[in-house]
Design a protein around this ligand. Sequence first.
Ligand SMILES: CC/C=C\C/C=C\C/C=C\C/C=C\C/C=C\C/C=C\C=C\C(=O)SCCNC(=O)CCNC(=O)[C@H](O)C(C)(C)COP(=O)(O)OP(=O)(O)OC[C@H]1O[C@@H](n2cnc3c(N)ncnc32)[C@H](O)[C@@H]1OP(=O)(O)O
Ligand SMILES: NC(=O)C1=CN([C@@H]2O[C@H](COP(=O)(O)OP(=O)(O)OC[C@H]3O[C@@H](n4cnc5c(N)ncnc54)[C@H](OP(=O)(O)O)[C@@H]3O)[C@@H](O)[C@H]2O)C=CC1
Length: 300
Amino acid sequence: MSQQQTLFSVLPPQDVDTDDCLQDYTYLFSPDILKDNVAFITGGGSGIGFRIAEILMRHGCHTIIASRNLQRVSEAAKKLTAATGQRCLPLSLDVRQPQTIIAAVDEALRQFKKINILINNAAGNFLCPASGLSFNAFKTVIDIDTLGTFNTSKVLFEKYFQGHGGVIVNITATLSYRGQALQVHAGTAKAAIDAMTKHLAVEWGPSKVRVNSLAPGPISGTEGFRRLGGLRADADAHISMIPLQRAGNKTEIAHGVLYLASPLASYVTGTSLVVDGGNWLTSANHFSAILGSASPSANL
Ligand SMILES: CC/C=C\C/C=C\C/C=C\C/C=C\C/C=C\C/C=C\C=C\C(=O)SCCNC(=O)CCNC(=O)[C@H](O)C(C)(C)COP(=O)(O)OP(=O)(O)OC[C@H]1O[C@@H](n2cnc3c(N)ncnc32)[C@H](O)[C@@H]1OP(=O)(O)O
Ligand SMILES: NC(=O)C1=CN([C@@H]2O[C@H](COP(=O)(O)OP(=O)(O)OC[C@H]3O[C@@H](n4cnc5c(N)ncnc54)[C@H](OP(=O)(O)O)[C@@H]3O)[C@@H](O)[C@H]2O)C=CC1
């Protein structure tokens, strides 16, 4: 067996660090596995959400990408349609405000007549010690991540999935698995989404709705990586502690989402897929490892 064949299962697929489409794409899944499906992706104008939109579209899916900044999603939609030939509708919403979600979903259904897939990807995060978090800072992250995921899932369920079935993929994180320092707000918010995933999978399974979550590790070319990894004096040392010895890329997360959203996962519901190269098992978990030195500062 050649070395290339040996490495086949751990080599990362192509990616680019900016919010641009891939120059080349090698298909691993059937190119029409999501043909004529429609996906609603919150936070689809940047980072991981943008790449999820691209990969789903490359597999035959149309998308709606929705976030607060209409200009950002509009520019992203043009790039995505140019690269894939599929329709992409940019819409503005704030997942903390149910009325804006209802308006966006109504518009999406008016234009596409159906929505088969929901990706709850919108989130907010920053590094901050628990004692430095203001009450509003903690609440803000819970509101965006946890309530935002519930709000959007409920609107989609009531407006379409309840009568037609559907798939929900919630983007979470491994932060709570070992109580990650400086991350009580995001870790708590994402753990609640993992719990919500199970509750909704049980309640909505009989309506033919599958609900799963996907927890990425550190993913290069993302705002999350810049905010959480950017301050690390020892970023290389951190990477070398990851069992697979590298950060992940956005295409790898999108491939996990594609699997969960596709008929390949037809009997998979109520579970969480960790895509982190083994990171949470081995990463250092104390202030100085994350910041280079302990800091009581609230705004990092
Ligand atoms: C090389 C290794 C790489 C990584 C590993 C290194 C370190 C991490 C360690 C381990 C992790 C291990 C594995 C996982 C790896 C990585 C990541 C895991 C999870 C990532 C999750 C993400 O969500 S990433 C997404 C990042 N993107 C965004 O956050 C974009 C959206 N964000 C925003 O809009 C804002 O930042 C917001 C969240 C603050 C919301 O904005 P808005 O509604 O406008 O709110 P504000 O009015 O501005 O603020 C509200 C209150 O919050 C306070 N605040 C804001 N910023 C901070 C801060 N930086 N620190 C403290 N407090 C903050 C603000 O003051 C307001 O409070 P008041 O009391 O003043 O009202
Ligand atoms: N990057 C990483 O290494 C990791 C990321 N994750 C998760 O991956 C997902 C994507 O993160 P990443 O790509 O790094 O970060 P980004 O900041 O690029 O993505 C977050 C997106 O959410 C949108 N958003 C934020 N707040 C709201 C809101 N109130 N209403 C609607 N949309 C909102 C933002 O758009 P806008 O500002 O226009 O609203 C943005 O497009 C998140 O769920 C994150 O928690 C998990 C683990 C690791």
